[in-house]
Design a protein around this ligand. Sequence first.
Ligand SMILES: Cc1ncc(COP(=O)(O)O)c(C=O)c1O
Length: 398
Amino acid sequence: MGSPPIKHDLLIRFGSEYGVEERAAVLDVLDKNAPTSDKACIQFEKDFAAYCGTEYARCVSNGTAALFLSMVGIGLQPGDRVITTPLTWIATAAAPATLGAEVDFVDIDSETYNLDPTLIEEKITPQTKAILPVHMYGQCCDMDPILEIAQKHGLAVVEDACHTVGGEYKGRKAGSMGTTGCFSFHEQKNMSTLGEGGMVVTDDPNVYERIALYRSHCTRVYGESTKYCSIDETQFPMGKRFWWQDFDDTGYNFRMTDIQSAVGIEQLKKLDSLNQRRIDHAAFLSERLEGVPGLKLPKTMPERKHVFHLYPVLIDPTTFGMTKEDFIDRMLHEKGIKVGMHYIPLTWTTAFKNRGYDRGQFPVADHVGENVVTFPVGPRLTEEALEYLVESVVSLAG
Ligand SMILES: Cc1ncc(COP(=O)(O)O)c(C=O)c1O
């Protein structure tokens, strides 16, 4: 007996949606020979900073680059320490770790699955340089206590808002509250720039300058009068005479292309409505799955706009009658639906076992890692697909 066919609408489920506007934007930049960072990038940065309410935004090649540049931007040095959550994607912790810093994990809150602010202070040492909260699944961390602790101890706050573009905390946009905010426009995210992409935002001119410099090989371009200086050769104004370039340090090439930015400009215009569809889909799932024994549904905390990058559900195997693994397997083979799990605690990974971490150190993160499944709620899901998803879960629950 073969598996039932995978439902098309459920298969294409996690990412954003493109329309005629993105298609036109791509062709327009293609007609200009598709440059690397140029006018569309500058426009996208302006639009994105205005949307977030920050002074500066710099587009980058992906969310990982945004995190790396944030670490460089705050002046992270080898031997410094950064506090973050174990329940995240490896990129969050990889940014400080590959730059030679130590990562100190703090357990998560059992309701939001975000960093538990009450556990941060006991982890602070004289070497601690930053707190790196991750707004998981589309909901902001409880930022007030995090910002308060950071201020008290003179720490930077780098927000990993890769899941939460357009999300809000007490009226403030995700990514706009810390020293920097990092975004991903990967194919599966709430808005996308042709499969990869990212952005860093900040209000701090010095941090911004470092981010801009290191994004593009630390290049300074001098032209016309020797005083004129641009920190990015790709944004050297046309018509100015180029004289020479210098490099402040060895940096990276983490640039976004103009064709990606042109798509980003269009995606950003639609972001609130794309997010609203996620919120509506999540509300539908919550209404229909409420009361299914053994399922803990996601909660939106007060004064937060949850933009449901994913819809995380915690399974209680005893009450639900099967483990997470059995549920994922049966959903695939009996219903043709690919349910995700997406994130496991990083303490379970070889990378962090080699750094002295293991299962058993963070009980809440372990419990979530063992029992969480993630349902799709993206804008491409049809009503029929959502209905089929609910019916499938309910029928397996018996
Ligand atoms: C929480 C989190 N941070 C950072 C990233 C890295 O983003 P990117 O894939 O654009 O490099 C991801 C990607 O999934 C993520 O989930």
